[in-house]
Structures are given as structure tokens and as C-alpha cells.
Design a protein around this ligand. Structure first.
Ligand code: IDC
Length: 349
């Protein structure tokens, strides 16, 4: 590992301790922590992977930081619904996404209640996720384990069982990021979602005290502003923001900015350059505006999706190989745009 020079800014957390007694003890800031100014992306480093370079991730003062307290911004790809297009959940695809696309994170979107998801075929669906997790660990990528449901509050016991198993199996490596609820619909943050997340987090924390957990918010993970003043009491939690650039624009960014200004840590576990349907049209100007916004605020992202379905958000053309090695001609417009952005912004390991 080569030495790194950190220019350190001090951030003072919580309350400063003011010494006001006649006691001669030294007055000091008890909760002072530091965030390094240096971004963690260093193309000339000798690190072989993003996880080797950054290790354990955590939220510090609303920002995702690495094991040196330097801000980290992950960028990568989400797989598609596992029960429908699970054929890309392969080790070779993960490897290609690291080596050719320069992804630093991938997301396994495990179907739950829809069609033949986990509720019907727990072993089959789980195995697909484990394949992606194992490949991510082998290749030094971060991996998000997404409970891909719109009704997770209806299947709490199943979610507890699943996240208990995953955290038991993988809780001791820094690669794993938990996402217990892809996209809630119009249900209350306070009375439904927060208690749901707290239940699943308690299950995860029995086995994994420290990895990042990203929590879905009301209306397709957009109302991150509703978390302000009503955060989950856990030291390593972020909140999910989803957007589709041809549908969600400045109005959503304004709402999101409010959350950011209130120190709410955000992670875009899914976005599209298309409309929210996953199809319709692509808005490349808005896509770029969103990317700038995420960069300005150090927010990590995964793009929807690694799939060969005939829809504009899919990154691959029909019948693209399930073992990576995709020539450019097998990528869609979305696939090419996103790959270019990844290669421009992410470090090459
Ligand atoms: C979409 C798929 C589409 C499929 C649909 C089923 O792209 O082919 O028919 O799911 O519901 C989300 C969801 C994600 C959606 C995606 C695009 O998390 O499951 O995938 N989207 O509609 N939220 C906003 C958009």
C-alpha cells in the first residue's frame, strides 16, 4: 500500500463540552472526529480492489466514509429481478462488471412476493444472491443485498429469516450492504416503515454489528425528507433514494436537497436514465444533471439494470452473454451511457 496524504478537516460532533467549573481538568471536545478531504478514488493506487482500499464503510456526519474516514462514493450496477432475469447472477458477470465497467458496487435484487420469488422458491432465489455475494467478495466489490419488494411489511417473518441468514453467513466481511426494503408504496414512515426497518436491523445486528444498512422510504423510495427528525437509531444506516431521470427532475432534487441539508445520509441503490416505467424514453440531459448532483453531495449509486429485456433501462441487448465479455454492440444506449460514466468517474483497480 502506498502512503496517502490526508488533509484533514475537523468536524465537531454533538455538543462541545464547555468547562465551566473551577475544576482544573482540561476542557475538550469529547466527540471530535475527522473526515479527510481527500476523495478515496485514486487511479494510481496499488490497491487491487475498492474493498481493499476502503474496507469497512460507515456513515459519519451524514456522509459515507471509509476506514480512514475519507468520503467514498460507490458507483455500479443493479441486477434485475432475480426470478425473471436471474441468468446474469453469475460470477463471470460480476467479474466483468468490475474489470470492464469499473463498477465498485453491485446490487442483487432478490424478488420476494412477485411471481416465483423468495416466498415461493427460497432456496433457488437465495442461491442466486449468494452467487453474486461470493463473486463480489472474490473480486473485492461492495454488494447490496436488496429485498426487492413493494410490500415488505406484509412478510416481516420471512425478511427476518432471510437477513438473519445473510448476516450470519457474511456479517464478518466488509463487502456486504443490506437493503431490507426496495420500494415501499404509500405507507407511513413513522408507523409502518421505521418500525419495519428497526425489526430487520435488530435481526441483522445480532450477527453483524457494523455493516451499512440502507432503508427504503415512502413512495418508491423518494420521500427521504420524511426521515428528517425521525431517523432510525443505529449508527450505520443510510436512506434509499430512487429516481428515473426522464420522470423525476428538479422537484425531486429539491426535496432531496432538504434531506441532505439536514444531514440525512442517502444512497441511490437504483436509478434509471429512462422513465419510471423502466421504458418510454431516455433523458440524457437530466441523467447528467442527476449525476452532477450526486457527485456534489457524495452520494453513491447503482443503475437499473443488468438485463437483456427489450426496455430502455436494460443495459444489455437481447441474448447478451451471461458470462460478461460483452462487446459494445451488445450494450443498449443506457448501457453505453452508464458504462462510460462509470469508467470516467470510478478508479480502475
Ligand atoms: C421494472 C422492470 C420492468 C418490470 C417491472 C415490474 O424494469 O421490466 O416489468 O419492474 O414491476 C422501480 C423498481 C423496479 C422496476 C423499475 C422500472 O424498483 O423493480 O423494474 N423501477 O420500472 N422503481 C422505479 C422504477
Amino acid at each position: 500500500m502506498k502512503p496517502r496524504h490526508h488533509y484533514v478537516i475537523s468536524f465537531i460532533f454533538l455538543t462541545s463540552v464547555i468547562c465551566c467549573s473551577s475544576d482544573s481538568s482540561v476542557s475538550k471536545n469529547a466527540d471530535e472526529e475527522t473526515i479527510s478531504e481527500e476523495p478515496s478514488t485514486d487511479n494510481n493506487s496499488n490497491f487491487t480492489s475498492v474493498v481493499e482500499e476502503n474496507g469497512q464503510l460507515r456513515i459519519l456526519n451524514g456522509v459515507l466514509v471509509n476506514n480512514n474516514n475519507a468520503p467514498v462514493q460507490l458507483r455500479g450496477m443493479s441486477f434485475f429481478w432475480s426470478q425473471w432475469i436471474g441468468k446474469y447472477y453469475t460470477e463471470e458477470t460480476v467479474k466483468w462488471l468490475k474489470n470492464d465497467w469499473q463498477c465498485t458496487v453491485v446490487r442483487a435484487a432478490m424478488a420476494v412476493d412477485e411471481d416465483n420469488g423468495y416466498l415461493t422458491n427460497p432456496e433457488v432465489e437465495k442461491q442466486k444472491v449468494f452467487t453474486v455475494i461470493d463473486a463480489a467478495i472474490a473480486n473485492g466489490l461492495y454488494v447490496i443485498v436488496d429485498w426487492h419488494s413493494h410490500h415488505a411489511e406484509d412478510y416481516i417473518e420471512e425478511a427476518k429469516t432471510f437477513f438473519a441468514e445473510v448476516s450470519k453467513k457474511y456479517g464478518d466481511v466488509p463487502n456486504i450492504i443490506y437493503e431490507p426494503y426496495n420500494e415501499p408504496l404509500d405507507v407511513s414512515w413513522t408507523t409502518v416503515l421505521k418500525p419495519y426497518h428497526e425489526t430487520i436491523i435488530a435481526e441483522i445486528r445480532k450477527n453483524d454489528p457494523d455493516n451499512l444498512i440502507i432503508c427504503g422510504t415512502r413512495t418508491w423510495s423518494q420521500r427521504v425528507d420524511e426521515v428528517i427528525g425521525n431517523e432510525i437509531n443505529d449508527s450505520n444506516v443510510a436512506y434509499t433514494l430512487h429516481y428515473y431521470a426522464a420522470t423525476h427532475k428538479q422537484e425531486l432534487r429539491t426535496l432531496v436537497k432538504n434531506a441532505i441539508d439536514n444531514n440525512i445520509p442517502l444512497f441511490v441503490t437504483e436509478f434509471g436514465v429512462s422513465e419510471a416505467s423502466g421504458d418510454g424514453s431516455i433523458d440524457s440531459i437530466e441523467a447528467q444533471t442527476w449525476w452532477n448532483f450526486l457527485d456534489d453531495n457524495n452520494i453513491s449509486w447503482c443503475n437499473w439494470s443488468i438485463a437483456d429485456k427489450e426496455e430502455l433501462s436494460a443495459a444489455l441487448k437481447p441474448n447478451a452473454s451471461t458470462t460478461g465479455s460483452w462487446p459494445l454492440i451488445m450494450l443498449t444506449s443506457s448501457g453505453k451511457m452508464v458504462r462510460e460514466e462509470l469508467k470516467k468517474k470510478n478508479p480502475k483497480y
